[in-house]
Design a protein around this ligand. Structure first.
Ligand code: VNL
Length: 390
């Protein structure tokens, strides 16, 4: 009798415990955020994490009755690590969404896991055109290199730049930038006289820049990932390339807001094309920049931060639209077609391609209120990824 009572009591206790944890599980919504928090791409991780936390601080951590739980993992930007972390997040933590992805190889390594587990993969940083084609569960809130590069190739020949040498990081986004810049420049009557590629890991720009100096083009077009721009700028100036009459142009990754203000006056006048500048003149952006800076010891948000901030928006609104009951497919459907004002300007998620459609701005580095900024001077509206038309 004693024993039976004991058994019953403990069974009840176990039942209560497990149903409490089931309830907790049912009432939480987990976002697995995989970012490079250490290593060469650490600034990207830091920017996106800060932006995601800011979004949650501003919008609350409960949506449609679910408590949002952000699970941050550092993949050190090694794709095998990204893949293992994604697998663990899906299998062990049962995340509802995978998000982040600092570089293209990390986003691609996760694609099969997103597909097999039917988990939306929100790409907040990586920007090779083909990423969204790697899984029907991928949605992107960053940008694509073809989007940015084509705008600059339209601007350059109208501004006295005909002969260009390209210098890109030798992997997905760099190869996209090189290809789409060259195609459009050639179409516009310009010419790429030499196409140089530098390794992604531990790049040494010196020998490449020396070669560019000897080739004496009108301009050097550069794509390097966020975080590498300051090194390029420094060596470009040290070699006196600007004084030799060679202009530096590129996608906005090279004059990244995370580093720009420390680049010095040598950066003044550099023209780039991109989807986000911390100096974007809208009320919403001003609020974003101020709040981000206040929450992060004066840090200025860059284009990675805005990709993370908008990625959280897309996730929150998908959860709200599905009233908290949807699985991966319902969430994905609610992500497609979202249209909203971002700190970057208007944007939407193309329902067919799941890729971001947005304005691309031409910007010039200027000093404003004592600080260096990418100041927008022209805009091409609602640009779809040109890589999707091929
Ligand atoms: C990528 C593209 C990464 C652009 C970047 O910085 C960037 C990528 C880390 O697709 O790997 O600025």
């Amino acid at each position: 009798m004693q024993k039976r009572i004991f058994l019953t009591a403990s069974a009840v206790a176990i039942l209560a415990l497990s149903s409490a944890s089931v309830m907790a599980q049912a009432n939480t919504f987990k976002i697995g955020l995989i970012l490079p928090m250490t290593g060469q791409q650490a600034s990207t991780g830091r920017q996106i994490e800060a932006a995601a936390r800011l979004y949650m601080a501003q919008n609350g951590d409960t949506v449609a009755g679910k408590k949002i739980e952000l699970i941050l993992k550092d993949d050190t930007s090694i794709p095998d690590v990204t893949k293992r972390l994604a697998q663990e997040l899906v299998v062990n933590d049962k995340v509802n969404v995978l998000a982040g992805f600092g570089i293209t190889p990390s986003a691609l390594a996760t694609a099969p896991i997103a597909t097999q587990s039917k988990t939306p993969e929100v790409v907040m940083a990586a920007a090779t055109s083909s990423i969204t084609q790697a899984s029907p569960y991928i949605v992107r809130t960053s940008f694509t290199l073809p989007q940015a590069a084509v705008a600059l190739a339209d601007w350059a020949p109208k501004n006295g730049i005909k002969k260009v040498v390209t210098l890109v990081s030798d992997y997905g986004p760099g190869i996209d930038a090189e290809k789409y810049f060259r195609e459009r420049l050639t179409f516009n009557g310009g010419q790429v006289t030499e196409a140089l590629r530098v390794p992604l890991r531990n790049p040494d720009f010196a020998p490449f820049l020396q070669k560019v100096r000897d080739l004496k083009p009108d301009a050097l077009f550069v794509f390097v990932p966020s975080g590498a721009g300051a090194a390029v700028m420094k060596q470009f100036l040290e070699r006196g390339m600007d004084k030799a009459g060679i202009k530096l142009i590129g996608t906005g990754d090279v004059t990244d807001d995370d580093q720009l203000n420390d680049m010095g006056d040598g950066a003044l006048g550099v023209v780039t094309s991109h989807h986000y500048s911390a100096a974007h003149p809208s009320a919403l952006n001003k609020k974003f920049v101020d709040a981000f800076s206040k929450a992060n010891k004066g840090l200025r948000p860059n284009f990675m931060a805005v990709g993370g901030y908008d990625g959280m928006r897309v996730i929150y609104e998908a959860l709200r639209a599905t009233k908290g009951n949807g699985g991966g497919d319902a969430l994905l459907a609610a992500m497609k077609g979202q249209i909203f004002e971002s700190p970057r300007g208007p944007m939407f998620i193309d329902a067919q391609t799941r890729d971001v459609v947005q304005n691309i701005y031409l910007r010039k580095v200027e000093r404003k209120d004592g600080q260096l900024y990418n100041v927008e001077f022209d805009v091409i509206k609602d640009v779809k990824d040109p890589g999707k038309n091929k």
